[in-house]
Ligand binder design. Sequence first.
Ligand SMILES: [Zn+2]
Ligand SMILES: [Zn+2]
Length: 404
Amino acid sequence: MGSLLRPVDLVNQPLGFQERHKILQKLFKQLQKAYAHTKRTNIDLERLATRLEVHVAKNSLSGQSYKFNMSILLRDILKYKGDLSKVKINGRPLKGSKPCLYSNSNTGHITTKSKAMEALKSLILDVKALEKNGYIVEEMQNEVNDDNNAQLYAPCLRCNTNFKKIDIMEKTLCRYHPSKRIYNRDTRSHQYPCCGETTNSVSFLRLGCKTFLHHVFRGESYNELCRISKFSSTEHIDGVENVLSLDCEMAFTSLGYEMIRLTIVDFFTGRTLFDHVIQPIGDIVDLNSDYSGVHEIDRTKCPTYQEALAIFLSENLINKNSILVGHGLENDLNVMRIFHDKVIDTAILYSKSKFKVSLKNLAFEVLSRKIQNGEHDSSQDAIATMDVVKVKIGISPRQTTWKE
Ligand SMILES: [Zn+2]
Ligand SMILES: [Zn+2]
């Protein structure tokens, strides 16, 4: 039996690992029976079983209800001949609650490059969708309201103090909470998950459980972004029609928020075409290492932004014919400072409201893959994003050779 068949670790699991594992094996066998006359491979079924089991585990409050729900699931899979849209857990249909739950059991039916290209092109966002989601699609005239204050001052992204940007490298004390507060209905106050402090607390810790010697800011308007460096358009570079998945890591610098690592992966071969730590233009304020995974930038070895740009904007990498794949790619394109209009964005593809699904959750739901446990890794993220798109159009993430 394949190695994929193990229950997903959960913080609150209704039953021990051993017992969940046993039930998971039963579920897999049941799925084999139900889908015996279909093209689904054992790998597909292992993934489906893993995903169904974790769904039930997450939706069962006790070991008792988990066992009960699983017995219903085992029974109904055969009863409805594998039609999962008819199966209910806790009275709720599987379909709808988690739309990606079993959408990828259909991989492997696209095997030619031309078919894949056709499917990919259907996912490219139109200009309206790009603009609505914060993409900068063309050179804009200077914004009218670019008053002096906005140029001189910025609110700190962490503590909200309005500070003079020019003084950013001078030491000060920024006290903040690294995680966003959430509302607690019982206590009727906001609580910070990082430390448990509430907004009602009398302790000075409510102001923040972490301190840093500088404030940080992030300019997001076109003008503010241009102040770091100008945008380049891909329009002027004619090159191969490639499909590239990309992801950046960012850090706070004296100029705002800048790219410090970029990974570009080829969609068809899965090969990494570019992966470098990059020197930002401004002075480093905070590398955000816990998050970015970048711990130091060697100014003697790492390419500068301009050097990196000269490499990644080229006939064989990002050019006007490239289809770029990313998750919340507007953030990446904005820190790369490029205009590009052929974009597939998994954050838009999989989100129904303005609250976008995280790549971490998406990778877990669609690929049964755990990423971003701790530091982020742009290489891991670019590959996960690419694989989510592959699954979306019915390609196995394992496929690396293609018929034309
Ligand atoms: Zn805190
Ligand atoms: Zn601050």
